[in-house]
Design a protein around this ligand. Sequence first.
Ligand SMILES: Cc1cc2nc3c(=O)[nH]c(=O)nc-3n(C[C@H](O)[C@H](O)[C@H](O)COP(=O)(O)OP(=O)(O)OC[C@H]3O[C@@H](n4cnc5c(N)ncnc54)[C@H](O)[C@@H]3O)c2cc1C
Length: 473
Amino acid sequence: MTALMWFRRDLRVSDNRALYQATAAGGGVVAVALITPLQWQKQNESPAKLSFWLACLQELAGRLAELGIKLHVEEVPDNADIPEFMQQFARARKCDALYFNREYEYYEQQRDETVKRVMQAQKIRTFDFADRLLIEPGRLLTGSGGYYTVFTPFKKSWLGLLSRADLEPLPLPAPVAAALPTPELPVAEISSRLGLPGWPSDLWPAGETAAQKRLAEFAGGALDTYHELRDLPAVDGTSRLSPWLACGAISPRQCLVVVIRDNKKMPAAGSGGEAWLNELVWRDFYTHVVVGFPRVSCSQPFQKKTAGLQWRYDECDLKAWQSGLTGYPIVDAAMRQLKQTGWMHNRLRMVAAMFLSKHLLIDWRLGEKYFMQNLLDGDLAANNGGWQWSASTGTDAVPYFRIFNPFTQSQRFDADGGFIRRYCPELEPVSAVALHDPKKLAAEIAKKKISYPAPVVDHKLARERALAAFKNL
Ligand SMILES: Cc1cc2nc3c(=O)[nH]c(=O)nc-3n(C[C@H](O)[C@H](O)[C@H](O)COP(=O)(O)OP(=O)(O)OC[C@H]3O[C@@H](n4cnc5c(N)ncnc54)[C@H](O)[C@@H]3O)c2cc1C
């Protein structure tokens, strides 16, 4: 009896529900992870993220070897090729059962249904598990049996449903055989063949050990002040766990236990723990939305009437936004942070996304795609949710008339300009006051002969243009 464990976005040994059950089944275990270059291209996966994931696989291979499990990394170009590959792979290794953790996006669900059918036709049993979220989609429905579209009632029901089973991370799986030598995966060869550039490994070291270390540091430090500092991009006030959560190097249950400790005691109202828990609930919420409304996985707006919105297409404006050269310092610093580190602070994701979709009136899907192509934590549900929120096309989105003024945002959240200057060093000589005031900024730039672009669009005119476009719907 041999179980085949298929790793996807759950690149860890600890608290991995499918792996735990595969090892508990009593036989041998073989593990596989797939490299799918064409699929990755179709999904706009960021090359830096893929480098990070490959390095996570290397660490995973070592952890699995300690349990007597060999990890195979195999290349299969496209999702469509996976079912046939999986059944051949399983048969060649005499596996009689396939274990995996569920994924919830539309195309991933279709892929998994086909894999299950093909395997079952070969008399290979399949076992899939709810692992990725704290509460699985389908368990939380409104009174009329639909998926929630508003966050606050979703959270209320979520808290009501949370059970001990959702809270407890699993113990480490027991070894299934004697430890194996750590395999050297062809990570360098794959990276160079696919032209993957690497990622900032000093900020996000690969693997579950590093993720656990980061969680422990956060739990013992910034968590307490999270509610006060989480909106300040110059401060290390958030967990920065998102790249590890996105590839599953850490589980949401492992995160949850740092805020809901003994006896399911909720964090105190108004505490850092409560605010952080809220973000973990948002993570569940957007994935539930993806399951309940599959059109959002297929580039459709959640609010159907916004499908008719007349977006502008302006290549120069789009390029200025992507390159961090819009003339709005906070937007430019944000976009350069993304380019340089593969990550962007949450407050700035909202500012940058709203700037593209409202100030430039450029289709949010172009921004969503660009984020996916650059983020280390790119995740369809969270990214789509964030973009549709900012563009006022989504569930529980910001009302279309609430358009952030980037200068006011930077005044509030980067008052001394420390973050702006870190990513826009040419603005070093500019006073903090001028960084948050377009007229003073223009005057100082001219006086100090600084090479920095004039605003690509005037805030007031841009706001009026966006309001008119939404009113025309
Ligand atoms: C336009 C836009 C695009 C985004 N794209 C992504 C994305 O591709 N991947 C991604 O993980 N998050 C995305 N987010 C959500 C959020 O910005 C990041 O999760 C957060 O900045 C990650 O930093 P952190 O780990 O320090 O988060 P923390 O503040 O420490 O939060 C802890 C965890 O909760 C989850 N989380 C936090 N905020 C949100 C949120 N609003 N929605 C869903 N989950 C959340 C993340 O997994 C995060 O790691 C996006 C937000 C916006 C506005």
